[in-house]
Write a protein that binds this ligand. Structure first.
Ligand code: SF4
Ligand code: SF4
Length: 312
């Protein structure tokens, strides 16, 4: 029996810690486990992916998971960026999501009727028990509920070795998630059905087309295809977004010059003059698909026209 899982979220949400906790707890329960994190940008808020394989037999290969049995999503706002992983879940598998949205809404967003959806407000539960928006304990609890392992007691022991503090608080959050996570069964699972896609190591965080490639197709040094940054929607990393007050902007374009992602753009805006005449004015705007929320534009703006507004 082998269970292959992928855990997806943002830097700072405890994704890697969660896989280590579940791996340690599984080992306590007599399983073999292999947890491999894979980082994109080393930045808080940027997408992070971690693989966790659990098996009754020794795990010989160290390959990343390509078609998981379970995907755990730490932030429902990342679903579009990480749709590749949802498409790759085996029919009859599980998609565990930290979300406060309704099951109907999530069913539409996930777009698959052949997998189990496991929904819980993991951040709300963590805030209640731990006082921090770190959903890893509750998501470990939901995983234990639907898989039947590792046991809750083993997760608690893993908290002791992995965290070394706030063990009771984290365990209370894990237990509440175990008891309350909502499981929505699939509408139907075709017997010989295959996943809609695979997780490719060359396109882990792209939103565009992806496919697995063999070694003959990879260019020297493993470079990915030209123009791939177009598909690299860095907007998914954002925790705060820039918002502009046009009445303070003097169009000096310093924000445009300093933006590292070419996400400051010019747009036309209609404004009404004092005598009712409508003018078209050029204004500064942002391309939120690529704006990663670094706040450089707000820092360099000489008039304070740009403010950063929290999104998460
Ligand atoms: S926040 Fe950063 S990425 Fe976004 S527009 Fe400003 S400078 Fe560019
Ligand atoms: S730096 Fe500030 S004042 Fe200059 S164009 Fe950008 S928003 Fe306007």
């Amino acid at each position: 029996m082998r269970v292959e899982t992928v855990w997806l979220g943002r830097g700072g949400q405890g994704i890697v810690t969660a896989t280590y906790i579940v791996a340690n707890a599984a080992v306590i329960d007599g399983f073999y486990a292999l947890a491999n994190p894979e980082f994109g940008a080393e930045r808080r808020g940027a997408p992070v992916k971690a693989f966790l394989t659990i098996d009754k037999s020794p795990i010989e290969d160290q390959e990343p998971v390509k078609t998981p049995d379970v995907v755990v999503i730490f932030d429902d706002k990342l679903i579009d960026t990480m749709r590749f992983a949802i498409d790759a879940v085996k029919p009859g598998g599980h998609v565990i999501v930290n979300t406060a949205k309704s099951p109907e809404e999530m069913k539409k967003i996930i777009g698959r009727n052949d997998v189990y959806l496991v929904l819980l407000d993991a951040v709300g539960i963590a805030l209640k028990h731990v006082g921090l928006p770190v959903p890893n304990g509750p998501l470990a609890g939901a995983f234990s509920k639907v898989m039947g392992f590792p046991r809750l007691e083993s997760i608690k022991t893993a908290f002791e070795t992995q965290l070394g503090k706030a063990v009771e608080e984290n365990f209370a959050a894990t237990k509440e998630a175990y008891e309350t996570a909502l499981v929505v069964p699939p509408e139907r699972v075709e017997q010989a059905a295959k996943p809609k896609g695979v997780i490719s190591t060359t396109s882990a965080f792209l939103t565009g087309p992806y496919e697995i490639v063999g070694w003959p197709e990879v260019s020297k040094a493993g470079a990915v295809f030209p123009g791939s940054s177009l598909f690299y929607a860095t907007g998914g990393w954002r925790l705060e977004k820039p918002v502009i007050d046009h009445s303070k902007c003097i169009m000096c374009r310093k924000c445009w010059m300093y933006c590292p992602d070419d996400a400051v753009v010019e747009a036309w805006k209609e404004v009404q003059g004092p005598r009712g005449r409508v003018f078209r004015m050029k204004v500064i705007d942002f391309d939120y698909q690529y704006c990663k929320g670094c706040a450089v534009c707000a820092d360099v703006c000489p008039t304070g026209a740009i403010k950063m507004v929290r999104e998460i």
